[in-house]
Design a protein around this ligand. Structure first.
Ligand code: FAD
Length: 404
């Protein structure tokens, strides 16, 4: 169903706008559909990505589903004949996730408009004005085309429509599900701007071959950094791995429930307090998978403390030691992407937004799906149901207020 998009002047209305069609946005949308919301009239999903899959569509080519932590199914996937347990582990994870999400969107008949970026959300008293930019093509039909591999958007390929390039959507409730991929974090070190080689963040990394023959310094203590060091071995001229704090290796090959629970609790505390969210890996530790153990035993994974400064041709530690570098890979994480919510003034002095049970503490009509304690595939799924129920309760309150 294509709902006409008004550019500038006349504003289109819906009841709930979901910003972001990753697993968090899709999970909330699934439950909202089950609770009776009608696509278009009640629910519109806007997504900046060119294709389906949320952040997964952008992950590097060599990442496979088995190498990442577990990717949980979206709600209802099994009933639709979809799911990741039986998915192809030899194909790039980005393609597998994009394809499964495309089929899921099609099955739900969702109206996902992409590529559409939300550039600003403003409060209006009785709701919100959601400004967007992009050449939208509407979801239900296009997702179906993607799922069946027909039309111009097969798989995760770019979508483009012929509608207006910008506009405004009015809504009573906003569900923000924008993840972190668009807000890469690179810490500052003296001399960073003087470096003459390549600097890339996880979000720019494509394949080890791009760095062939270079001396590469990889920064970061999470599974992405470790994976980069391993796949650069034998391709780069040399690899140097540095971490800002010693890696907390777990004895077992998988995350244990206890450390995951503790990490989620730490995220929840920070989210409630409106503080910047702590790094997830610092709370969970890194499992000693067989691949990682082999890397340690072969002397490929040798952890060094953080360097003190960056020079044009390498990095230097405080004791004067120098490592040459033609490239620095910053696997240093991401921050929640919330710029477009700035006009709502939800940011606290402590650098975060205060979120309790998925809703803003300052404005209960603004929800944060996939934020803080929900930032994993399983967390986002569980949160979907809870947030959808609260959204419907808010809509009932809006109805009641209008009748008064
Ligand atoms: P995303 O998947 O990032 O989706 C957000 C969507 O919002 C995107 O499509 C984006 O285009 C859109 N968007 C953003 N801003 C705007 C805007 N202003 N306007 C419109 N649209 C916007 N978790 C796991 O559980 N298992 C794993 O194996 C795993 N591996 C990971 C590997 C890496 C390298 C990283 C960085 C994270 C990994 N995670 C993993 C965590 C993972 O990111 C989340 O589980 C999941 O991708 C987050 O889903 P999401 O819906 O919250 O965000």
């Amino acid at each position: 169903m294509m709902v006409g998009m008004a550019a500038g002047g006349e504003r289109e209305r819906t009841r709930v706008v979901v910003v972001g069609a990753g697993q968090a946005g899709l999970s909330v949308s699934w439950y909202l559909r089950r609770l009776g919301l009608e696509v278009g009239r009640d629910l519109v999903v806007l997504d900046r990505g060119p294709g389906t899959g949320g952040a997964w569509q952008h992950r590097w080519e060599s990442l496979r589903l088995g190498a990442a932590h577990r990717v949980h199914d979206l709600p209802g996937m099994a009933g639709l004949g979809l799911g990741f347990d039986a998915a192809d582990r030899s194909a790039p994870a980005r393609d597998v996730v994009a394809e499964q999400y495309a089929r899921y969107e099609a099955a739900l008949g969702l109206d996902v408009r992409r590529p559409v970026e939300v550039t600003g959300v403003t409060g209006l008293g009785d709701g919100f004005s959601v400004r967007w930019a992009g050449r939208a093509s509407s979801g239900a039909g296009s997702a179906a085309a993607a799922a069946t591999g027909t039309g111009s958007q097969a798989g995760s390929g770019p979508a483009s429509g012929s509608g207006p390039a910008s506009g405004t959507l009015r809504a009573e409730v906003v569900v923000n599900a924008t993840g972190t991929w668009g807000a890469p974090f690179v810490p500052w070190y003296p001399g960073r701007d003087t470096f003459l080689g390549r600097q890339l963040h996880t979000s720019d990394y494509r394949t080890a071959d791009d760095l062939e023959g270079l001396d590469v310094v990889v920064v970061g203590g999470g599974t992405s950094a470790i994976g980069f060091v391993l796949e650069l071995d034998g391709v780069a001229a040399s690899t140097t791995w540095v971490t800002r704090r010693p890696v907390d290796w777990l004895d077992q090959g998988e995350l244990d429930v206890e450390s995951a629970v503790a990490a989620v609790a730490a995220q929840d505390r920070a989210a409630r307090a409106g503080q910047a969210l702590p790094s997830i890996v610092s709370g969970t530790g890194v499992p000693r998978t067989r691949r990682f153990v082999s890397g340690i035993e072969r002397g490929v994974l040798v952890e060094r403390p953080m360097f003190a400064s960056i020079e044009p041709h390498g990095v230097r530690w405080a004791d004067g030691t120098f490592a040459p570098a033609g490239a620095i890979v910053w696997a240093t994480g991401f921050r929640p992407e919330l710029r477009h919510l700035a006009p709502l003034g939800l940011r606290s002095a402590d650098g975060g937004v205060s979120v309790e049970g998925g809703a803003s503490s300052l404005d209960p009509r603004v929800f944060f799906a996939g934020y803080g304690p929900q930032a994993s595939t399983i967390g986002a799924n569980r949160a979907g149901r809870a947030i959808a129920r609260q959204v419907v309760a808010r809509l009932s309150e809006c109805d009641a207020a209008r009748r008064r």
